[in-house]
Write a protein that binds this ligand. Structure first.
Ligand SMILES: [Zn+2]
Length: 156
C-alpha cells in the first residue's frame, strides 16, 4: 500500500484582511455597535496532487473572495434581523445602555447563523472555503484576529 503524502501549506499577509462592524449583546464590552480590523491566515492540509496540495494563487483567490464579501459590512446573526421593503433590513437588539434599533441597506449587512464572535466568524470562513476547495484537502484551519493580539482558530 502506498503512503498518502499529506502536506500542509499556509497563506497569510497583505491583502488578506477585512474590516467589519458587529455587536455582541451579552458582552459587557462588545454589547454596543463597534468595529474591528481583522487579518486572516489559512492553513490547509491535503493529499498531494501533481506534487502540490493546492496552488498558492488559487488558495489566495478563494480566501480573498470570502473575506472581500465581508469587508466593511455589519456582520450580524440572523436572529437580530427583520426584513423591510425596498432593500432594507431592520436590526434590533438589547445591549449595553438599552435598546438598539436601526434600518440599513440589505447589501451593507453580512448575515451568519450565530453571534458574530471571532470564533464563529472564523468558523464561517472555514466552512465557505470547504465548499470551494478541491476534495484532496482534508483539513482547513482559519486563524483570524480581532484587533491587536487577539486570535481565534477554527478547524474543519
Ligand atoms: Zn467586538
Amino acid at each position: 500500500m502506498s503512503k498518502e503524502r499529506l502536506k500542509k501549506i499556509e497563506i497569510s499577509g497583505p491583502g488578506i484582511n477585512f474590516d467589519y462592524a458587529h455587536f455582541l449583546p451579552n458582552s459587557p464590552k462588545c454589547g454596543v455597535l463597534h468595529g474591528h480590523s481583522s487579518t486572516v491566515s489559512v492553513t490547509v492540509v491535503g493529499k498531494m496532487v501533481d506534487d502540490m496540495v493546492v496552488e498558492f494563487g488559487e488558495l489566495k483567490k478563494m480566501v480573498k473572495k470570502v473575506v472581500d464579501s465581508m469587508d466593511h459590512k455589519l456582520i450580524v446573526c440572523r436572529k437580530y434581523l427583520s426584513h423591510l421593503d425596498n432593500g432594507k433590513v431592520k436590526v434590533e437588539f438589547d445591549g449595553v445602555g438599552g435598546h438598539y434599533e436601526f434600518k440599513l441597506p440589505t447589501n451593507s449587512v453580512y448575515v451568519i447563523e450565530f453571534d458574530s464572535t471571532v470564533e464563529n466568524i472564523s468558523e464561517h470562513i472555514a466552512a465557505r472555503l470547504r465548499e470551494m476547495l478541491p476534495p484532496n484537502i482534508h483539513r482547513i484551519h482559519v486563524r483570524m484576529s480581532e484587533g491587536f493580539g487577539k486570535y481565534a482558530t477554527s478547524s474543519l
